[in-house]
Design a protein around this ligand. Structure first.
Ligand code: F6R
Length: 607
């Protein structure tokens, strides 16, 4: 979490920093700050609240051409002006911004206080400013290296010193950091969105690397001062993709973008003649793929639910035992890595720390881990042994929507490939491809009918609790629907298997607790209808999400939203879109901050 940015160049640093922070705001938005260097020393402004509050505080007249900035998602210490970054050394000459968590800050702080350093804030990060001050003897980079060698935890750090004009030192361990190369100017930030307006030439860093940059260039070294050769990458995203355009919120824009993002994830990856998928990025030969005996998908949040859908289908169609596990849990349970098991790390951002650490733990044990990521060049994408980019374009709203369906698309392609190598015959493969490539009109129709969802949201948004119920491949979709409603509308919601409610949750049913049931036209439909009747018998209001023409479901339910008919395999795509819209419109009715819900951040780079 947290976003950091640094700039050296001819422009007014405060403008570059504030605009960059606005783009990084999705990473954390409880407070922010900048430090700008000029002949007068360092000028520091920091404020609790959104970037706009900081913008209103920083004077137009603030001069200075180099600086660092930070947008915070609090971990240690409450949300306040004083706890916002940058933090300063006692002499006010050194300023630092930090993304991550310093686990041993208490012992370092005790030591530094013993040496006479005065701390102002109540955060783990402030210790870095004082450490650098304690080691500083004229060489800022050397002082930063000595400091970070004592840190335990994760960090992306930017440091500046008033006696080192036009210089920034960056260091990384576990938190993302990327350098942007301009013409006579340099940018450094947590991710490319902060600099895409200025440059598309970037350099990604690895853990343990330290960069010294100024407006004319950069040098990267490791902790033993050995130079590190870096390659320059180009960003393919366009600035417009990061703008809201005509939409009132990024979340709505991104829900609508699914019409294009799903086909984009398939682009160039389908072999119609052979009725299979072409996924060169897996870096695995046919023989190796044939040797896969088990698949484990690791992920968090929405990506975890996408993984659950994928595992269900991999097992039932490709006949490969498959499970999805929370990365945060897998990492600490000493998993057994067996030969023949293929792992996938599914992560939109490619930076989720729980997932990244699980990847590393698995790799340490000899596992082959493939990444299913959206952000090109992200840490998980770079550290995994191969994988598939989902190409859904930048996802800015904190609540993930289009990434979910693009993750599904990538995994459906993998599933097709694996199934075709095993039990799926050519005609079945052709039907599968037709189903996957034919999703667009159905999604379009749902979006054209979104007013129906808006009406449901108007009717139900005052509910305090909600049940989302589905079966089979739509059970994880129900959980995803509940997660969306919690995140953006702050309505308590449980996602359950419809079959499971009789084992407990049915006790919650009353006139005030609505249930939303996903009723695709599949082999479990009749069972779900029975569950629906059980809820109605207990006076629970019911919304049914069912396929066009399902009059029976419509008659039992109080309210209904019809989705176009599809092969049951593809129903998760069509069922999740109305759930995303429902959460969005409930949040809107309740006046929530849809794109930046409270307490959340887009990229969860802390444990
Ligand atoms: C939910 C949401 C989160 C993320 C989770 C994993 O809308 O956005 O639950 O899905 O934090 O993030 P990634 O996919 O970036 O690893």
């Amino acid at each position: 979490m947290c976003g950091i940015i640094g700039y050296c160049g001819p422009r007014k640093a405060s403008d570059v920093l504030l605009t960059g922070l606005k783009r990084l705001e999705y990473r954390g938005y409880d407070s922010s700050g900048i430090s700008v260097g000029s002949a007068e020393g360092l000028q520091i402004y920091k404020k609790e609240g959104k970037i706009q509050v900081l913008r209103d505080t920083v004077p137009e007249s603030l001069e200075g051409n180099w600086g660092i900035g930070h947008t915070r998602w609090a971990t240690h210490g409450g949300v306040s002006d004083v706890n916002a970054h940058p933090h300063c050394s006692c002499d006010g000459k050194i300023a630092i911004c930090h993304n991550g968590i310093i686990e041993n800050y208490m012992s370092l702080k005790d030591r530094l206080e013993g040496e006479g350093h005065r701390f102002l804030a109540d955060t783990d990060s402030e210790v870095i400013a004082h450490l650098v001050e304690s080691f500083y003897e004229g060489n800022l980079e050397a002082a930063v290296k000595l400091s970070v060698s004592l840190l335990k935890g994760t960090y992306g750090i930017l440091v500046m010193h008033s006696d080192h004009p036009d210089e920034i030192i960056g260091a990384r361990n576990g938190s993302p950091m990327v350098l942007g190369l301009g013409d006579g100017e340099m940018f450094i930030a947590s991710d490319v969105s902060a600099m895409i307006a200025h440059t598309k030439q970037v350099v990604y860093f690895e853990d343990g690397e330290v960069v010294r940059l100024d407006s004319g260039g950069y040098e990267v070294t490791d902790m033993r001062n050995r130079p590190v050769d870096k390659t320059v990458d180009s960003i393919s995203w366009e600035l417009e993709e990061m703008e809201k355009g005509a939409y009132s919120h990024f979340m709505l824009k991104e829900i609508h973008e699914q019409i294009e993002s799903i086909p984009r994830a398939m682009g160039g990856r389908i072999d119609e003649d052979l009725a299979t998928a072409v996924l060169g990025g897996l870096n695995m030969s046919e023989m190796e793929l044939l040797g896969v005996k088990r698949i484990v998908i690791i992920a968090a949040g929405t990506s975890y639910y996408a993984g659950r859908v994928a595992a269900y289908l991999l097992e039932s169609l490709a006949r490969i035992p498959s499970v999805t596990e929370l990365a945060s849990e897998l990492r600490y349970r000493n998993p057994i890595v067996e030969e023949g098991t293929l792992y996938f790390a599914m992560s939109q951002s490619g930076e989720t720390l729980d997932t990244l650490m699980a990847v590393r733990e698995l790799q340490r044990k000899g596992a082959r881990v493939l990444g299913i990521c959206n952000v090109v060049g992200s840490t998980i994408a770079r550290e995994s042994d191969g994988g598939v980019y989902i190409h859904s374009g930048p996802e800015i709203a904190v609540a993930s929507t289009k990434a979910f369906t693009s993750q599904l698309t990538a995994m459906y392609l993998f599933l097709l490939k694996m199934a075709r190598m095993r039990h799926m015959a050519w005609p079945e493969g052709k039907r599968f491809i037709a189903g996957l490539t034919g999703l667009q009109p159905g999604i379009k129709k749902i979006l054209e009918n979104e007013d129906g969802i808006r009406k449901l949201a108007k009717k139900y948004h005052k509910a305090r609790d909600f049940l989302f119920l589905g079966r089979g491949v739509n059970f994880p979709v129900a959980m995803e629907g509940a997660l969306k409603l919690k995140e953006v509308a702050y309505i308590h919601a449980e996602g359950y298997s419809a079959a499971e409610i009789k084992h407990g949750p049915i006790a919650l049913i009353n006139e005030l607790t609505p249930s939303l049931l996903i009723v695709p036209d599949d082999h479990l439909r009749d069972k779900v209808l029975s569950n629906m009747k059980e809820i109605k018998a207990r006076k629970g209001p019911v919304i049914a999400l069912c396929v066009e023409g399902d009059d029976e479901a419509a008659q039992i339910a109080d309210d209904v939203f019809f989705v176009p008919k599809s092969d049951e395999l593809f129903s998760p795509f069509l069922m999740v879109v109305p759930l995303q819209l429902f959460a969005y419109y409930c949040a809107l009715e309740l006046g929530r901050d849809v794109d930046q819900p409270r307490n959340l951040a887009k990229s969860v780079t802390v444990e």
